[in-house]
Design a binder for this molecule. Sequence first.
Ligand code: GLA
Length: 401
Amino acid sequence: MKRTLLLLACAIATNVYAQKFDGLALTPPMGWNSWNHFACEVNEQIIRETADAMVASGMKDAGYLYINIDDCWHGERDSLGFIHPHPEHFPSGMKALADYVHSKGLKLGIYSDAGWKTCGSRPGSRGREFQDAQTYASWGVDYLKYDWCNTEALNAEGAYLTMRDALYAAGRPIVFSLCEWGNNQPWEWGKKIGHLWRTTGDITNCFDCVVDHGAWKSWGVTYILDMQKPFLRNHAGPDHWNDPDMMEVGNGMSVNEDRAHFSMWCMLAAPLIAGNDLRKMTKETVDILTNREVIAVDQDSLGIQGFKYSAKDSVEIWFKPLAKGDWAMCVLNRSRAPQKISFDWKTEAVADSLSGRDANFATTTYRLRNLWTKKDAGNTKKTLNATVPSHDVLMLRLRKM
Ligand code: GLA
């Protein structure tokens, strides 16, 4: 009887105090994930070499931290239900791999699914949430992406809450990435559960195409961008971010397109999770992924997601309020031809009710910095005239003079 009461008290206490691990993602998480490039062909060799490359390429120094293994790392569950990595693809086991990644000053992420099976038909965590969370914690995992395939009859908020509580009970701080593609409005309930939530379906490595897989579609950059509805920014902020999906920089688009994609993810305060083969990057890819002035727009401490200010003839102008009264501005040319733009600051009213900020160009002058050429570009006293190449951006930082 005494024992039952004790257990009951523990259970209540666990429930009352269960929460997400606060403070793990005060700025959008930065890292790498295996899925976009390797899909199910992932193994420990790739993970080790990717960790090496993240350091050698300068990405770690630029702020990238997580090495995330996506779907298909799994082997079988044993007779007690414990999950094991695939014995041939991960022969050293996950603990050894986590130790290796940690020895490089990086963190390890893993993937599971709220349903019976993952999207790649590997064992899911349904009914095994606490056991799996304990296992990940014992391996030294730092980040969990939790997918939503094969979840018939499950309630999304409830299922993600169960895994949140399981992670908390396991005691190791783990970033919790919700991946249910925005199907159940995670922005409305995700803040208390995880650190980021996918807002939309899967990205694909093209600028403006759609790939039809039959039962589902994956989306090029501009499609994903258009799906990031304006109201979503009201729900994002430090420790709880909208996630428009992992990046396709270095996965086959042109340099201009990669630059535009990266810039827009930064304007969206999106998690910056690279999805290319870090072991074989061109200089252009490295330069894009490690542009610190652009990354600083994404990682700005104010944590306010940018917004589309105007759209005309395939040219969009976006603004993002930054700390200390700065602004980021990004002119995106979506058309197949170069576009001339002319922006007369004093006649433009750039303001943001979410952050309570007003640029006041009529009365305040800002110095301009071109974040891709890394050169100063005059100030807001003079009309901005520029030609933006096709599928490219002009990205500026505005600082009060
Ligand atoms: C879903 C997710 C992707 C990836 C795959 C793995 O499609 O949205 O990001 O994790 O599953 O199977």
